[in-house]
Design a protein around this ligand. Structure first.
Ligand code: DGY
Length: 322
């Protein structure tokens, strides 16, 4: 019997790719850059399954270009704002994602950014490279303490909760804004649920853990940044467009907030000459929240399992709810 045809839009860890190769006729995109939309549209024609990444736009036209035999779309990421989920549901195409396995890695990176911002790690490294480190100095590169500081978590899903667990270990006060969480659930983690404005006003650190939706696009804008403490730090390991980059630039430049540490940007990637990068009170890393060896292997395995289940017509182990 002929093997199912699949398109895999980038080289993914062998833990997943080898499983797919064993059962499918694989068309693999091997370049570093994602396939341009037009190329992707051509390459998916006639495939039974598509394994994609968050850098691929999967819209109704692309699904139609693939054809009615397309049985499954499997995304190697937990977020899926690049995929038109209602359009897939209308076409009876299940969409898989990779929740759970990247929670700890993303929470670790969030905390790395938070600590780097609080203790001015990036500035310290630059200080040495600039030849400024002459002696131990009583008042140079003084940062903020974490213990006793208030962390405001926006979005109390898996990653938000994992960040809270880490923050408890650092003896931070925890508050969160999440419209679907209950006060009881939050209290179990030592978190007090508050309204969004209250979170902005009270937090020394604000960490974003909400999906990107039309509602959360530019949630952090001139108005909301203006409600934060002037000493506060903003951390974003969720999705770049949750923060308005122009408003963030102004807020960092004029001291509305003290610092921002980002794993995600708008646009992504951020250009090396983007004006945000000229600011001393900003640290950016290139969307590496889930980038640990174990996590990426597990993501690849789950993406493969979702793809293969969909090709067999079985329920996906991790299916996005339409
Ligand atoms: C995701 O999975 O959505 C992350 O942004 C990348 O791992």
């Amino acid at each position: 019997m002929a093997k199912p045809k699949v398109f895999v839009s980038r080289i993914i860890p062998a833990a997943g790719l080898d499983k797919i190769k064993a059962e499918c006729d694989v068309d693999l995109w091997t370049e570093q850059m994602p396939p341009p939309y037009e190329v992707l549209t051509e390459r998916v024609q006639g495939v039974d399954g598509l394994l994609c990444l968050l850098t691929d736009r999967i819209d109704p036209a692309l699904m139609d270009a693939a054809g009615p035999q397309l049985k499954v779309i499997s995304q190697m990421a937990v977020g899926y704002d690049n995929i038109d989920i209602p359009a897939a549901a209308e076409r009876n195409i299940p969409v898989g994602n990779t929740p759970g396995v990247l929670t700890e890695a993303t929470a670790d990176l969030t905390f790395a950014l938070l600590l780097a911002a609080a203790r001015r790690i990036v500035e310290g490294v630059q200080y040495i490279k600039d030849g400024k480190w002459k002696t131990w100095e009583p008042e140079t590169l003084l940062g903020a303490d974490l213990s006793g500081a208030t962390l405001g978590i926006v979005g109390l899903g898996r990653i938000g909760k994992a960040v809270a667990q880490r923050a408890s270990g650092f003896e931070m006060n925890l508050i969160a804004y999440d419209r679907s969480a209950t006060a009881e659930q939050a209290a179990e983690l030592g978190i007090r649920l508050v309204e969004f404005d209250e979170l902005l006003a009270e937090s020394d650190f604000v960490s974003l853990h909400t999906p990107l939706t039309e509602e959360t696009r530019h949630l952090m804008n001139a108005e909301t940044l203006g409600k934060m403490k002037s000493t506060a730090v903003l951390v974003n390991t969720a999705r770049g467009p949750i923060v308005d980059p122009d408003a963030l630039y102004d807020a960092l430049k004029d001291g509305t907030i003290a610092y921002a540490a980002l794993d995600v940007t708008e646009p992504e990637p951020i250009a090396p000459d983007h004006r945000l990068l000229s600011l001393p009170n900003l640290t950016v890393v290139p969307h590496i929240g889930s980038a640990s060896v174990r996590t990426r292997n597990r993501m690849a395995e789950i993406a493969a399992d979702n793809l293969l289940a969909g090709l067999r017509g079985d329920p996906l182990p991790h299916q996005v709810k339409p």
